[in-house]
Design a protein around this ligand. Structure first.
Ligand SMILES: NC(=O)c1ccc[n+]([C@@H]2O[C@H](COP(=O)([O-])OP(=O)(O)OC[C@H]3O[C@@H](n4cnc5c(N)ncnc54)[C@H](OP(=O)(O)O)[C@@H]3O)[C@@H](O)[C@H]2O)c1
Length: 342
């Protein structure tokens, strides 16, 4: 790594739920920023956002916005990424894209730094950040996978409303306020009332009965772990939590498992925090994970429903706006720097 080198950055979708966290992560992690530009829709142009105590004006995104930018963090949805990411790349800029637009493109590395940063290179300037639920799951699965191959995964998610952006957060707040004041609860962003409810439906349904969100977990996990043979089934549920997604995960492995060894390995894994002490009622929860950079895992136990020693079940919680989005993107940018790729 070149000492003291600084970089020209851009955040596209800077006013969004993820974009704002990207800005915070760049500040908190002291990314070596020479200059930074913020882009959003026409509706935000002229707004000012702070970066390291300096006010920066939000600009309108256009074809030439990538000029003289080294790394652009995109978080403005798939449509915008499809159109504008290639323009940025054509200006020799790295794009780290948070949307689903490019994740399954075979020319686009899909990166979780703790798992597969070896796929970063100078040639593929467009890099995809995986889906939030996938990221937190693979961060925990990788250390286990390194002990024994994983054959099958069954996962159910409990996803916070911030996963649906600023409008998701607003809708839950407004419904709670309306309920507290005896008023009618209005839903617009979600299919049904989300306050005091659970909605087993995130993104659109596909022909096989799974939702797109569920299929993202299936396909992205295989790509990140570089193993097409893993069998995966996911059920994704929206829950009335503001921040941090939870997951109940069941895995079947090739070799027999030693629970003590798995706990020991997870307790030492980068980015993972093991909270697993049932006697003291200690386990991960969204209120523990919100605003934290780690992914939390607990409730580890051998499965009692099959007569073999190779199935495990556990509970993962992580802040969807941080490790599930902004933090992972900034960590990818940090890797580009430490690997001398930028
Ligand atoms: N929320 C999560 O937990 C999460 C996790 C992983 C990935 N993601 C992905 O990250 C992306 C953003 O999500 P979010 O939750 O931050 O959504 P959000 O809160 O709705 O923010 C969307 C951002 O995109 C900007 N935008 C919209 N249209 C634009 C345009 N025409 N040109 C430039 N900017 C435009 C918005 O600007 P205005 O404010 O001006 O409208 C805003 O800054 C999505 O692709 C999402 O799937 C989200």
């Amino acid at each position: 790594m070149e000492k003291n080198k600084q970089y020209n950055l851009a955040v596209v979708g800077a006013t969004g739920a993820v974009g704002r966290e990207m800005i915070k992560m760049l500040e908190i992690r002291q990314f070596p920023v020479k200059s930074i530009k913020f882009f959003a829709s026409s509706h935000s142009v002229g707004k000012k956002l702070k970066f390291n105590n300096k006010e920066i004006r939000v600009e309108l995104l256009d074809k030439n916005s990538g000029q003289d930018i080294d790394i652009a963090l995109f978080s403005a949805g798939a449509k915008i990424s499809k159109i504008f990411a290639p323009y940025f790349v054509s200006k020799n800029c790295y794009v780290i894209d948070n949307s689903s637009a490019w994740r399954m493109d075979s020319n686009v590395p899909l990166i979780v730094p703790e798992v597969n940063s070896n796929f970063l290179n100078k040639k593929n300037k467009l890099i995809a950040n995986p889906n939030c639920s996938t990221i937190q799951m693979v961060v925990v699965l990788k250390p286990i996978y390194d002990i024994t191959k994983i054959k099958r995964i069954i996962v159910s998610t409990y996803q916070a409303v911030s996963g649906a952006g600023q409008t998701g957060i607003k809708e839950l707040s407004e419904q709670i306020n309306a309920w507290s004041n005896g008023k009618k609860l209005v839903n617009d962003k979600f299919q049904y009332q989300i306050a005091f409810n659970l909605i087993p439906h995130i993104d659109v349904f596909t022909d096989n009965g799974y939702t797109k969100e569920e299929m993202k977990m299936v396909n992205e996990t295989k790509k990140i772990l570089n193993d097409d043979n893993i069998q995966i089934s996911a059920t994704c549920v929206r829950v009335p939590v503001f921040r941090a997604h939870s997951e109940s995960v069941w895995i079947e492995t090739e070799k027999n498992l030693d629970l003590k060894q798995i706990k020991n390995v997870l307790s030492k894994s980068v980015g993972v925090c093991l909270i697993d002490n049932p006697k003291l009622n200690k386990y991960p929860m969204p209120i523990i994970a919100e605003n934290k950079q780690n992914t939390f895992v607990g409730r580890l136990r051998k499965d009692i429903s099959i007569n073999k020693n190779n199935a495990l079940t556990f509970w993962i919680v992580s802040d969807n706006l941080l490790k599930g989005a902004a933090l992972n993107a900034v960590q990818i940018a940090e890797k580009l720097v430490s690997m001398n790729l930028v």
